[in-house]
Write a protein that binds this ligand. Structure first.
Ligand SMILES: NC(=O)C1=CN([C@@H]2O[C@H](COP(=O)(O)OP(=O)(O)OC[C@H]3O[C@@H](n4cnc5c(N)ncnc54)[C@H](O)[C@@H]3O)[C@@H](O)[C@H]2O)C=CC1
Ligand SMILES: CCCCC/C=C\C=C\C(=O)C/C=C\C/C=C\CCCC(=O)O
Length: 285
């Protein structure tokens, strides 16, 4: 697989139409009547998550900082699924106010929230504070605000929250220490929330997706985002040789975590053509 600098790659990226909508009969759709929110929904993994949730019958609120890409995706999805199936909100996960407003409008339009995918993330070792703010603080903020609508303790129906971490949430990526720290944080936060939910009766399951490399802009553009670690860019080639996932493989992983009601506090590791659940050892005294 060849890796290319961001500028060239962006010219190569063309809009790929969402997968065909009418693949399933209504009775076969696992998420009929469910309401989902996806952050970072306009491109890459979030876009594929949105598509699979729609294919399975859910209504989806798309939240993204990129207004142009978000609105153009909404327009394409309207043609396939009808205008009533999706909402788009121009929203940064760094803004408490914007997330709050997006959740509130979703509940008013669709009648609740059953599924939250905290997916928005960046890789930028040069802007490391922003990386922490989006990748980790954004996930915590989204989760806490969603609890107000989803938790059975506050009148919600319960549901499932899936946070996009990474293999870098389980193993170190030496060229990206801050990205690694944020993704370890997401895995730890999610596991703790899963246990808190069980202990407190939120009625919400919490899981993480931990993909290896995925063919998206984040991956293609990492060349100029490594900051003081840019001399380690060759590491990418070594990793890429082990295989790169496509976004629909990650979306399939999401569907498994959303639909399998036995999964809570799990980290689903996704490699190209294979997947497995992380086994965590628990320290006892
Ligand atoms: N591409 C990869 O190799 C891997 C990516 N991941 C994770 O998957 C998630 C999605 O990444 P990709 O789809 O690859 O990236 P991407 O760059 O293709 O898409 C990210 C989306 O998030 C949006 N976004 C960025 N900052 C935002 C903010 N502050 N508020 C709202 N939306 C924002 C972008 O506008 C974009 O639509 C990230 O959390 C990333 O860390 C995990 C493992 C591997
Ligand atoms: C040179 C830097 C490579 C950067 C690659 C670009 C994007 C990566 C995004 C990720 O989320 C990373 C995903 C997987 C790799 C993480 C850990 C590597 C573990 C190494 C191993 O176990 O083989």
């Amino acid at each position: 697989m060849s890796l290319q600098p961001c500028t060239i790659m962006q010219k190569c990226i063309s809009y790929s139409a969402p997968r065909v909508a009418v693949r399933f009969k209504e009775s076969e759709m696992a998420l009929n009547g469910k309401i989902a929110v996806v952050t970072g929904a306009a491109l890459g993994i979030g876009k594929a998550m949105t598509e699979i949730l729609l294919q399975q019958g859910a209504k989806v609120a798309l939240l993204d900082l990129n207004e142009t890409a978000g609105e153009s995706l909404k327009e394409a999805l309207d043609k396939l699924y009808g205008q009533q199936r999706t909402l788009f909100f121009h929203c940064s996960v760094e803004s408490e106010e914007q997330i709050k407003a997006a959740f509130q409008k979703t509940v008013e339009a669709f009648g609740g929230i059953d599924i939250l995918c905290n997916n928005a993330g960046i890789l930028n070792e040069a802007e490391w504070e922003k990386t922490i703010s989006i990748n980790l603080v954004g996930v915590i903020r989204g989760t806490y605000l969603a609890l107000e609508h989803m938790s059975k303790l506050s009148g919600g129906r319960g549901g499932v929250i899936v946070n996009t971490a990474s293999m870098a949430g389980l193993n170190p990526l030496p060229s990206c220490p801050v990205y690694t720290a944020t993704k370890h944080g997401v895995v730890g936060f999610t596991r703790a929330m899963a246990a808190a939910s069980t202990a407190s009766g939120y009625g919400i399951r919490f899981n993480t997706l931990c993909p290896f490399l995925v063919q998206t802009d984040l991956f293609s553009c990492m060349w100029d985002r490594l900051g003081q670690f840019s001399h380690m860019a060759g590491e990418a080639k070594k990793h890429a040789d082990k295989g790169v996932l496509n976004v629909s493989e990650v979306a399939d992983g999401l569907l498994e975590l959303v639909t399998d009601e036995t999964k809570n506090g799990e980290a689903l590791i996704l490699y190209s053509n294979k997947k497995k659940y992380m086994t965590f050892s628990v320290l006892t005294q």
